[in-house]
Design a protein around this ligand. Sequence first.
Ligand SMILES: [Zn+2]
Length: 348
Amino acid sequence: MDEKRFCPNCDKTQPVKCEQREETLTVRDTPIKVASLVTVCSACSEVFATEAQEDENVRKAYDEYRRLKGLLSPSDLKEIRGMYGLSQTAFSRWLSWGDITIHRYEAGSLQDAAHNETLMLLKDPRNAEKILEKHRNNLDQATADRLERTIAALLNAGVAKLVESDIATSLGMAAPSELNGYRRFDIDRFENLVLHILNTVGPTFKTAINKYLWYIDFGYFREQTCSITGSQYLRFAHGPIPKSYDYLFAGMFEKGMMETEEVMFKDHSGERYSATVPANTDLFQGNELKAINAWTSYLKGRSSRRLSGMAHEEKAYMLTKDREPISYRFAAELKVRPAARKKSAAAA
Ligand SMILES: [Zn+2]
């Protein structure tokens, strides 16, 4: 059934049809072709647009104009404002615009070219930092302070991301050798091994995670002459640590794979890490996963201090200079053997 609407030509309500017509609208002196929605009177063939159709046609023309001129879309604007966690009014004030400016833009009004320029710049938090320096007084103290912290967090996250990808790349560039267990560093394997350890043993301190990783990589190398993650390990005071592990862990926090909680002790505090996503264990072949699980269940339940003590007794650790890389050649002389404990336990 046809819809009925008031026809201005017939001057009364008539059956009408909704159609699309190619039309050229002018947006800021630029002709824009759009497929406009129109209403056609079935009685007199008069063509007219309802208010809702007008709005929709203008919106279409604006979208096309934005596309032609490379302007941000309303959803881009919302996203940029969202980055800074500001209300529409606070955001407009910060930029010294009229209070409802960003509200109008987000609702579909066509933005001014200079405003568009500013918004483009704000995609980069380094520019936001400069704008905040200049326009701090536009905001009340609390909002300015909060915005400052938000910008700092965005900058740090950006740096962490950059650093992590650089580190992973540079670690991965090292050719297979006795220092990485004859495997190029593989960040997917590293991250998923950490996740698998945490998912198996529960929240764990980083000192302990590093020992798990070291025993797993060295233990597997002893059997197969190949490491699992391709990590290089350095001799540090608390035991062996994977090279650049702090950046790699920071990247995992950034990607939402891990979270941390602070644990208070009598005289100090520590950070316990836990996984927030399951590990992709498909990355590990059958005998790799078996070895990983054997080591994990063998080491599980030992304190960080106990694990450090064990590592300190290994030749690999004792014969390597402080802060130097530990050669996988020492793997052959590892004292700890996960299978050995089971046997002696059975015999006892
Ligand atoms: Zn009519």
